[in-house]
Write a protein that binds this ligand. Sequence first.
Ligand code: A2P
Length: 310
Amino acid sequence: SGPSIKLSSGYDIPLIGLGTWQSKPEEVVNAVHSALEAGYRHIDCAWGYGNEKDVGEGIRKSGVPRSEIFITSKLWSTYHRRVEECLDQSLTNLGVDYLDLYLIHWPVPLNQNGNHPMIPTLPDGTRDVDKEWKLSDTWKQLEALVAKGKIRSIGVSNFSEYNLEKILPTATIVPAVNQLELHVFNPQHKLLAYLKSKNIIPQAYSPLGSTGSPLLKDEDIVSISEKHSLSAADVLLGYLLAKQIVILPKSVTPARIVANFKGAQEALSKLTPEDVAKLDGLAAAGKQKRFITPPWPVYLGFEDWPQPYP
Ligand code: A2P
């Protein structure tokens, strides 16, 4: 089932999980089934991905017992005032009675009565942010759901240090993880050092650089991969594992799902400290790039996107 690390909650999390964002419902059943057959024991989901019913079907098809699988879901942004309602929908759709990990998907509550179930906008075209709502009150609801036994561990996603400081002073449970866009071109060194100081485990989404990734063709990455007879994807994944980052590569292609699971571990054993140092420096050397940009203000405090909250 691959390597794992311990969360501050006391539970182990497998370091390799299958990403399911942008996986079409008709493809993700087979993707999840293939992943569990290949040895994955960790599936990363979200209410907002709109495919949790199909993920649940893939889990049941695999025949792997629920107790052996680490399942994550995320609170959608229009549900910050009604956390349990969103969680219950995910539990029902996935067909499970608890989650291993539940995350606040974005540090930006959106108006629950907006004109779009996922991304409400105002008549002037700006996003309908629920500015009256405090993130610390969202966090309190997640803590209560742990006490109720519906969730084992809780965490956040897309939170900068600025966002984390909004919930930490009143938190009785420190977030176990912070799931971020993390890869060789967006290494977030400063934020990772901060997370380490708080014992918050980083999780990498888009570890390969997302759809149509230029990282897979980057000459520095390819040269390291050729030296070790690995693929570029292997190197990108092994690099993150070497830094004790949980990786969530997305694929709906069975051959890639298998290759990513094996290749990440092979790369972890082959990459040298010099390779890791070289990859660590590529962003600062001019290759810094973020691929995921949400249509609402969120990045205050991120090194590469320091614009203020409106
Ligand atoms: P697909 O799902 O069609 O197999 P990320 O995890 O960074 O978001 O990247 C996901 C994208 O990378 C998807 O488009 C996925 O395509 C593709 N992908 C996943 N694994 C590999 C791989 N080993 N080699 C090349 N492309 C891959």
